[in-house]
Every structure is written in structure tokens, then in C-alpha cells.
Design a binder for this molecule. Structure first.
Ligand SMILES: [Zn+2]
Length: 300
């Protein structure tokens, strides 16, 4: 983890989840974008900022996944006056992160393997509510832009300042695309629209949460978009005859050469493929039938 300067007042700490740092006044008070996954990340963020003469005053999270909100808890415990901004829609997840493993486990009390630090952050208390309709927030006279980047989660937002866009998990690097094959998305229609929007943006710098600083995001957004279309095609071709949900998930993982043997990854893929199935049904390309106590899907 190291602090890197991008523009006069925008920095980032490079890590497995990159942390944005925006200096909001001459006293070196800063807003951070995301807080990493757990206490140890929160502790290191505070330490690095201190070493560089910055005071951590504000937090905004791009979205509610544990690796983006997990450091909030430690930071709030050690800097009680820190202000945590959230849209109304995301408050419940930041304050009750157990909902995330519940979500993944069909709304039921999640198995122990899903209650880990990758999925279950420690809770923190939101202090400032952002209206979902706002396109910017003012912090110490600075206009910080908020951009809707739905798809990876509902209500994910990009944070922009001085022509730098922190774009959360709206897209993943080529390396991660190669490794994970099927990027996590909960709403395919919105994810596609977000990727199209990103192709037409004109920021000087982009920071995906998992990846490196980019000057141009168009190519990567196109690659991510292409992968979504490829997955759609694969599912459609497989559904020339009816298949159960379980069968589709297992087929898709095999077809990308994946051999998943842990619950966290399995349930993330499960959610993403379920999102493709509801999307393709909305698009009137497939339908589902419930019979023999099983859900089947078939091309229309
Ligand atoms: Zn995420």
C-alpha cells in the first residue's frame, strides 16, 4: 500500500482494493473513496495518510461490498468524528453488513463459509445521507461528482474530482477478466449500460478499484462489454433444450475452464448467472418452467 499522487488534490493508495484520497482544504483534510476490506486495511489507511500529513475526515464508499466498506469500522472507532456518506439505499448494508451473505444465500441465514471477511464487513454508522438524485455533493466547498454506475451492484456510484474518476467495480482489469472469466454483476442490463457510458467519458484518469491507473478506459470497457455478450451467447446456445438452473451454472463454469471449490466464489458466480437468466428472460430470449420440483430454462 502506497500513496500515489494523480493531480493537485487527488491521490490514491494502491492495494487489492484501491483507495481514493481527495484533499478538500488547505489544512490537508481528506475524503477517502472506499476503505478496504477489514480492520487491518483501515489501520493502514490511517497510518499512510498520517505519514503524509493528511487528516482523514470523510469517507464515501463506491458500493456496499465488504472489500470496499470493511475498513469503515476501524476508522470510525479510531476517528469518531469521521463523516461517512451514503445514499439512503445503501445505509442498511453499511450498518448491517450481514445482509450481504444473506443476499448471496437466497435470503436465508448464510452458511458459515459465507460469513467471511470477503463477504461480511464489520458494521459502521452512516453520518451523512446523500440524496440518490444528486449528481454531486459539496464537501468543504468542493464539488465532488457522483456518477451512477449500476450493474455490479444496484446503486454503485463513481466518484469524480479534478478529472479523475474512481469507478468502483464497474469494470475489471484484463488480468482479472482473464482470471475470473465471468465478472460479478447483479443487473446485466444496467451493467451493459454502465459499460457503454464509460466508453464515452472523457476523464483524464480512471481508477478501477481492482486494477491500475488508466488514462483511457474505452478499450477496457469494450472488453468487459464483449465478455458479457459472450456469456449471453453461451447461455443461449446451451438452452436450445431445457436445462435446470444448477446445470446451467455448472456448465458455464466448466465452459470457461473454471473449477470452483469454495463457497464464496460459487455463490458469487451463482448470483451473476442468475442475473443473466433474469436479463435474458426480460429480453424475451428465454423462458422458465417450474416442474418436477425444479426450475428449468429454455430458449424461446
Ligand atoms: Zn464489488
Amino acid at each position: 500500500m502506497k500513496l500515489q499522487k494523480i493531480t493537485e488534490n487527488v491521490y490514491y493508495i494502491n492495494d487489492t482494493t484501491n483507495i481514493g484520497v481527495i484533499r478538500v482544504n488547505k489544512e490537508n483534510d481528506v475524503l477517502i473513496v472506499d476503505s478496504g476490506s477489514d480492520d487491518s486495511k483501515g489501520r493502514r489507511i490511517i497510518k499512510i495518510l498520517k505519514e503524509n500529513g493528511f487528516n482523514l475526515k470523510y469517507i464515501i464508499n463506491t458500493h456496499i461490498h465488504a472489500d470496499h466498506i470493511g475498513g469503515n469500522h476501524y476508522i470510525q472507532k479510531h476517528i469518531p468524528e469521521v463523516k461517512i456518506f451514503s445514499t439512503r439505499a445503501e445505509i442498511s448494508m453499511i450498518e448491517n453488513p450481514i445482509y450481504m451473505p444473506y443476499f448471496l444465500y437466497s435470503g436465508a441465514y448464510p452458511i458459515k463459509e459465507l460469513r467471511n471477511k470477503f463477504l461480511l464487513a464489520k458494521p459502521s454508522k452512516v453520518t451523512n445521507i446523500i440524496d440518490e438524485l444528486l449528481s454531486d455533493i459539496i464537501i468543504e466547498n468542493n464539488k465532488i461528482s457522483l456518477l451512477p454506475l449500476d450493474g455490479h451492484t444496484e446503486f454503485q456510484k463513481g466518484i469524480a474530482f479534478e478529472n479523475v474518476l474512481f469507478c468502483g467495480d464497474a469494470l475489471i482489469s484484463e488480468e482479472l477478466l482473464e482470471k475470473h472469466k465471468i465478472p460479478v454483476n447483479v443487473n446485466i442490463k444496467n451493467a451493459k449500460q454502465t459499460l457503454l457510458n464509460l466508453q464515452n467519458m472523457n476523464y483524464d484518469y480512471y481508477i478501477p478499484s481492482h486494477g491500475t491507473l488508466l488514462n483511457n478506459i474505452s478499450t477496457l470497457a469494450k472488453e468487459n462489454y464483449k465478455r458479457i455478450e459472450e456469456i449471453e451467447e453461451k447461455i443461449l446456445n446451451f438452452l436450445n433444450t431445457e436445462k435446470s438452473t444448477e446445470k446451467i451454472i455448472s456448465y458455464m463454469l466448466y465452459s470457461y475452464g473454471l473449477n470452483i471449490n469454495n463457497a464464496t466464489l460459487y455463490y458469487l458466480y451463482n448470483t451473476t448467472i442468475m442475473s443473466f437468466l433474469s436479463y435474458l428472460k426480460e429480453e424475451k430470449k428465454i423462458t422458465n418452467i417450474i416442474k418436477n420440483n425444479t426450475v428449468y430454462w429454455k430458449m424461446l
